[in-house]
Structure formats: structure tokens, C-alpha cells
Design a protein around this ligand. Structure first.
Ligand code: ATP
Ligand code: MG
Length: 556
């Protein structure tokens, strides 16, 4: 994996253009999502780059919905996309829709016909494919290629008027069927689709293709730097050809590598399958690589922006370790999330020498990593506690510094205990641990002189609140699920969600609202889920505490 430093190649290009006064030194970028799904983490790379470049050079960014395919697009997606961009922290100068340009695009197409640069083709999709040739073999001219301008104008108008069925005719650019670039071999400009559109309704039954509509839309908006992913490099000559032949504003296309993440699929088409086939609970399932999924999981916009910044922009395809993204959210939450104690696999602990019925409220620092320490909270302490089952060992091994017969341990924010006995049920499971506490060993006021190596977390049983924890793991088993053998869905991790329904938390969590983020001491970072009810608060594990990236990232 590579971490680029300094200005990226696009910043260099834009800086140079601004310096040379190209387009009057103006910078206008655009983010052009197709509203056919929710935004994913890959889109955030493009968003951060487009908005970031504009901000850096005093320019602006348009949000343009690339809604030229009525079959897959929907208003629900439009709303979610806007919401996600705002959440990431960006504001667009204008909200545009490629569909708003349908009339202009139609006019431009007529102009190309008049210039003898476009024609109506009656060939079927199969015939067109067969005539296309191969990268090493030139294609064949369509028998309809030499239709007269008048005939083409008439047929194209009738295509628009709805006289023909889907697939009966297309409009193609007349470029070069022998070009070594397959995209230059008379690319399709329009196809017939008798399908209502989410914005234009039934007004149109011909829809422009990406290659034709995209560059023209950029040009209509006077976009100065049109950034897309590398697979469009081979489309650039077509982009330039249309602009040149129409003699319109010379927007320019620049390509960068797309973001690929390990253990993650990123195409909307695949994410839609996961949703439709109910492998996940929805687009915002916390295991999804969508921005709505990350948000629900507890990621912050800052962490995603930091990540996008750090992975840099290159012109070489690569695969980024998902651990790097986890590193950034962990860093962020370490500073911002309050600590609370939550016991996930509870076992009862009774302090024999603690007065029955007594409750002490012990102060707990909310966040030792925050500048102001996050203030303090009160933690109730009493005779009966819950602790983690694995913080007790019946026959402790040598290096075990937690509880076991005769062993001493410190309870975080509280006292030192010594284990005196324990009870087991018939099956041999430990059911109850008995300890004595040392009253002079209170945290912050310890005069006991006793030293212990281990510190464990705990929750007072009478005040504890019961909560549900959703523990997430990677959604896919192989590192590169899209290129693994067979269907990508064959590689879904069957254990990507484990639900713990009997966790006990400090009463502090009663105040939590959906979206609030915490560090559960010794457990990881958690975010309250909107599924929570008063009786059943639900927390999503955002990320564990362990950080395999610390060393690498520490080199920065
Ligand atoms: P997908 O294949 O996931 O559907 P897409 O490219 O078809 O992605 P669009 O909605 O057309 O999705 O993309 C909007 C913008 O986001 C485009 O400029 C596209 O280049 C960019 N983009 C999409 N995926 C990535 C990615 N993984 N990394 C960087 N940019 C991306
Ligand atoms: Mg697309």
C-alpha cells in the first residue's frame, strides 16, 4: 500500500491552470453520482477530492445527478446522496440534473446530425456488437451509416416522438469504425426506452448514453476540471470529440485510480444485491461500506475525510487495507468518545465485607485522552457487581493477574478486591464469586499499600442497565471478494454479526441517544443504534480497541 505525500497530481494540475489564468483562473468541479444506489466509501474519495480541490483554489463544486438511465434511478437515492454529502461536511454550489439538459442534449444531437456526424441506426444490439470488431480487428460500417441528413433528422425526431419500440433504432456518432480505440467506433448516443423517468416522467422515450451526456453536461455547466476514475481514460477521446465537434465550452477530463478496500465490495450493483437478497438489513446496515452504513456504525465524517486525505490520489490501481480506515476512526474516537464500563459476559461478584444496602457514587473520568478529560461521571458501587466471566479463573495460571482464589485485583475507579471463594452449579459452571474489599484502597485515595497488577471493569448489579450489543466483523471472508472464485455472495462471512443480548452497562448509558459514541472500557468503540428503545438500548461496535496500524501510521 502506498501513502502519497505532498500535493497530489491533480492539485499540481489545478495549481498550474490557476497560475496560468486558464479559464480566468476559475475552478469549477462537479460530483456526478448516478442516483441508482446509496453512496459508498469509494464515492467519498471522489467527493473529498472534488470539493477539496475547489476549496483549495477558491472555486466551487456542483452536485450533478447523472440521471440518464430511467430504469435504475430513484428519488430515494437522490435524497440519500444529498444527505450523505452534507454529512461528510460539504456544500455544493448548485444542484443540477443531467435530465434537465435533455432538451439541450437533443438539440446538440441534431446539430451533429446536420454536420453529418451522427446517424440513426436500425441495427439490433447484436448486429451492432457483431460489427464492432475486436481490439485487433477493425469493425464494419453499419449499412445505415450513410443515411442523408434529412432522413436522420426525420428518424431521430420520430424516435423522440415515440414511433418506435425499444431497441428498434439508436443514434450513433459517426467517428471511425477502424479506430484502435473501441470507444471511437461509432459510439451510441441515444437509445429508445419507453420507461418513465424519476424527474421527466413520460416526457422522453429516448435517453442519452453516458459518453454523450457526460461531457456535454460538464460543458453546459462550464466545469473546468472533470475528475473521474481510471476506467474512463479510454473514453476521454470521445469526451473531447463531442466537445470539439459541437464547439462548446472545453471542459477537460482527468482520471484517478478508484478506491478499492480489502474485504469490501464497492459497486452499487453488488451492494443492491446484498440489500435486495437480504444478506444485510438495508443500505445502512452497519456492515455495509455505504456512508449511511458507516454513520450508523459510529464512524465520524472527520475520520472518513482524514482517511481520504491520507490514501492520496494516484493514477495507479491499488487496494487499500481496510485496517487503515479503522485506524482513523479509532484515533478520532479515542479523543472524542467518553468511556463507560459495560460487562458483556456477566458473572456475579459479591463483596462479603461491604455493607448491605450501601451505594457509593464513585467519580469516573470520562475521557483521559480528551483535552478537558471529558469531565467526570458518577458510578454507583455496591455489594453486588457484574464482572466479565473471563476475568476470573478457577485455577489461575502463573501470569494471570485478574481474579482467582486468593488473587487480588483492582476494580477500575473503585477498590482492590481479594477473592475468597466461589460457587459452581451442577454442570460445573462458576455462578458466583465472593471477595473482600480493602476500604483504604479507593482509587485516587489509596493508602492501603497493596500493589496489584491487574485492573478490571465492573458494573453495580442493582443499577446496571441491560443492553444489546451488535458485534460486527468483516462482511466478506476473502481479501478481494470481487475477484474471488464464483459469485461474490458465496464469500459472505456467516459470522459477520454476533448479537450479545445480556450485556450490563453503567446507568450513565440511560442518557445516551441514537448516534452517541462511547468507548466501552477494554471492549472497543460503540455507537447507539436507532433501533434502541427505552427497555432495550442497542449499541453497534464501531471498531475494536486493538490497532495493528498504529506503528505504520505513526511514521507519518
Ligand atoms: P459504482 O460502480 O459503485 O456504481 P459508479 O462509478 O457507477 O460506481 P457513480 O454514481 O457514477 O458511481 O459515481 C459518482 C462519482 O464517484 C464518479 O465520478 C465516480 O468516478 C466516483 N466513484 C465511484 N466509485 C468510486 C471509487 N471506488 N473510488 C473513487 N471514486 C469513485
Ligand atoms: Mg456510474
Amino acid at each position: 500500500m502506498s501513502i502519497e505525500k505532498g500535493p497530489n497530481f491533480l492539485e499540481e494540475i489545478v495549481a498550474e491552470d490557476v497560475k496560468n489564468g486558464k479559464h480566468g483562473g476559475r475552478v469549477l468541479t462537479r460530483f456526478p453520482p448516478e442516483p441508482n444506489g446509496y453512496l459508498h466509501i469509494g464515492h467519498s474519495k471522489s467527493i473529498c477530492l472534488n470539493f477539496g480541490l475547489a476549496q483549495e483554489f477558491g472555486g466551487k463544486t456542483n452536485l450533478r445527478f447523472d440521471d440518464t438511465n430511467p430504469v435504475t434511478e430513484d428519488t430515494e437515492y437522490v435524497e440519500s446522496i444529498k444527505n450523505d454529502i452534507r454529512w461528510l461536511g460539504f456544500n455544493w454550489a448548485n444542484e443540477f440534473y443531467a435530465s434537465d439538459y435533455f432538451e439541450q442534449l437533443y438539440e446538440c444531437a441534431c446539430e451533429l446530425i446536420k454536420k453529418g456526424l451522427a446517424y440513426v441506426d436500425d441495427s439490433t444490439a447484436e448486429e451492432i456488437a457483431a460489427m464492432k470488431g475486436t481490439p485487433t480487428e477493425p469493425g464494419k460500417n453499419s449499412p445505415y451509416r450513410d443515411r442523408s441528413v434529412e432522413e436522420n433528422l426525420d428518424l431521430f425526431a420520430r424516435m423522440r416522438a415515440g414511433e418506435f419500440k425499444d431497441g428498434d433504432k439508436t443514434l450513433r456518432a459517426k467517428i471511425d469504425m477502424a479506430s484502435p480505440n473501441m470507444h471511437f467506433r461509432d459510439p451510441l448516443m441515444y437509445r429508445i426506452r419507453h420507461v418513465p423517468h424519476h424527474r421527466t416522467g413520460k416526457k422522453w422515450c429516448i435517453y442519452p448514453m453516458y459518453d454523450y451526456a457526460h461531457g456535454q453536461s460538464d460543458s453546459i455547466e462550464n466545469i473546468t476540471h472533470s475528475i473521474c476514475t481510471l476506467e474512463f481514460e479510454v473514453h476521454r477521446p470521445v469526451y473531447d470529440w463531442f466537445i470539439e465537434k459541437l464547439n462548446i465550452f472545453p471542459s477537460h477530463q482527468y482520471e484517478m485510480a478508484r478506491l478499492n478496500l480489502t474485504y469490501t465490495v464497492m459497486s452499487k450493483r453488488k451492494l443492491l444485491q446484498l440489500v435486495n437478497e437480504k444478506h444485510v438489513s438495508g443500505w445502512d446496515d452497519p456492515r455495509m461500506p455505504t456512508l449511511s452504513g458507516y454513520r450508523r456504525r459510529g464512524y465520524t465524517p472527520e475520520s472518513i475525510r482524514e482517511f481520504c486525505d491520507r490514501i492520496g490520489v494516484a493514477r495507479r490501481e491499488n487496494m487499500i487495507d481496510v485496517g487503515l480506515l479503522e485506524y482513523f476512526i479509532r484515533e478520532d474516537l479515542n479523543k472524542s468518545a467518553n468511556r463507560v464500563m459495560v460487562v458483556t459476559d456477566p458473572i456475579k461478584l459479591i463483596i462479603d465485607n461491604y455493607p448491605e444496602g450501601q451505594v457509593e457514587l464513585l467519580p469516573g473520568e470520562n475521557n483521559p485522552e480528551a483535552e478537558d478529560k471529558g469531565g467526570t461521571r458518577e458510578i454507583p458501587f455496591s455489594k453486588e457487581l457484574w464482572i466479565e466471566r473471563d476475568d476470573f479463573m478457577e485455577e489461575p495460571t502463573k501470569k494471570y493477574f485478574r481474579l482467582g482464589p486468593g488473587l487480588k485485583v483492582r476494580l477500575k475507579h473503585a477498590y482492590i478486591l481479594e477473592c475468597v471463594s466461589f460457587k459452581k452449579d451442577e454442570a460445573g459452571n462458576v455462578t458466583e464469586i465472593h471477595c473482600n474489599y480493602f476500604p483504604e484502597s479507593k482509587s485516587g485515595h489509596d493508602t492501603s499499600g497493596i500493589s496489584v497488577k491487574g485492573v478490571i471493569h465492573w458494573v453495580s448489579a442493582a443499577q446496571a442497565i441491560n443492553c444489546e450489543l451488535r458485534m460486527y466483523d468483516r462482511l466478506f471472508i476473502p481479501e478481494d471478494p470481487s475477484n474471488a472464485e464464483g459469485d461474490f455472495k458465496d464469500h459472505i462471512n456467516p459470522n459477520s454479526l454476533e448479537v450479545i443480548s445480556n450485556a450490563y452497562a453503567e446507568p450513565e448509558l440511560k442518557k445516551a441517544k441514537a448516534g452517541d459514541k462511547f468507548q466501552f472500557v477494554r471492549k472497543g468503540y460503540f455507537c447507539m443504534d436507532p433501533d434502541s428503545t427505552a427497555d432495550n438500548p442497542v449499541f453497534n461496535r464501531t471498531v475494536g480497541l486493538k490497532d495493528s496500524w498504529a506503528k505504520e501510521a505513526g511514521k507519518k
